[in-house]
Write a protein that binds this ligand. Structure first.
Ligand code: GLN
Length: 218
């Protein structure tokens, strides 16, 4: 029986150089993961997965760049460490930004993102998203100066859209959300991520690591 390891508590790092560490840590605990703060390159050792929270993507890139963490993140994500990036976390996981801002990125996802895409007037808003991958109930999403996905490669599966723009996507073990799933009581996004981390770590399924070839549908 390979069921027992699936009940284990994967160790999931949360990048804590800035942004909402505590809320992500609580959400991870709620779905059975063991959260760990990541501030320095060495903190990435022994992790089964990683969350890159929202905040300010330029600050995140600069601060992480100074300590060598940026390089370590590139190596970890490039090496297949499952990662969930939310808002600014989604931006740093992109291969590029639409306006070509000169800011350091981790990369790893075949997406181009537009920062502050919803404009100044609607900088922050909430919306009910259809995201069938987490179930039929709409997902309440909090957008704060959010990006959207401007374009995505063929290996990227779009999980949700808002106003015709992709705002959630998956590529292999990498999951990105333009909004803040840690700010609502709904834990389905963190559960989706941690289930994928467990499946990958414990070998209980390959679906989380295999990626999808579809764009849009779901
Ligand atoms: N607008 C921010 C950026 O460009 C992201 C905002 C957020 O993470 N809530 O980095």
């Amino acid at each position: 029986m390979s069921d027992l390891p699936a009940l284990s508590h994967p160790r999931v790092g949360v990048l804590a150089v800035q942004g909402a560490f505590a809320e992500h840590a609580d959400a991870l605990r709620a779905v059975g993961a063991e959260p760990a703060e990541v501030r320095l390159p060495g903190d990435l050792e022994g992790l089964d997965g990683l969350v890159i929270p929202g905040g300010e993507s330029t600050t995140l890139g600069l601060v992480a760049g100074r300590s060598g963490l940026l390089e370590a993140l590139r190596a970890a994500v490039g090496g297949g460490l499952p990662v969930l990036g939310t808002c600014a976390g989604m931006i740093v996981l992109a291969r590029a930004t639409a306006c070509g801002e000169d800011q350091p990125l981790v990369g790893g996802m075949d997406i181009v993102v537009r920062r502050n895409a919803f404009g100044r007037q609607v900088a922050s808003f909430e919306a009910d998203l259809d995201m069938p991958v987490v179930g039929p109930e709409p997902l309440r999403a909090v957008f704060i100066r959010a990006p959207w996905i401007e374009s995505a490669g063929p290996g990227v599966e779009v999980l949700a859209t808002w106003g015709g723009h992709p705002v959630a996507a998956r590529e292999g073990a990498r999951l990105v959300m333009a909004f803040h799933p840690e700010l609502t009581p709904d834990r389905r996004v963190h559960r989706l991520f941690v289930d994928g981390v467990r499946a990958r770590r414990d070998g209980t399924g390959r679906q989380a690591a295999s990626g999808g070839a579809r764009v849009g549908a779901q």
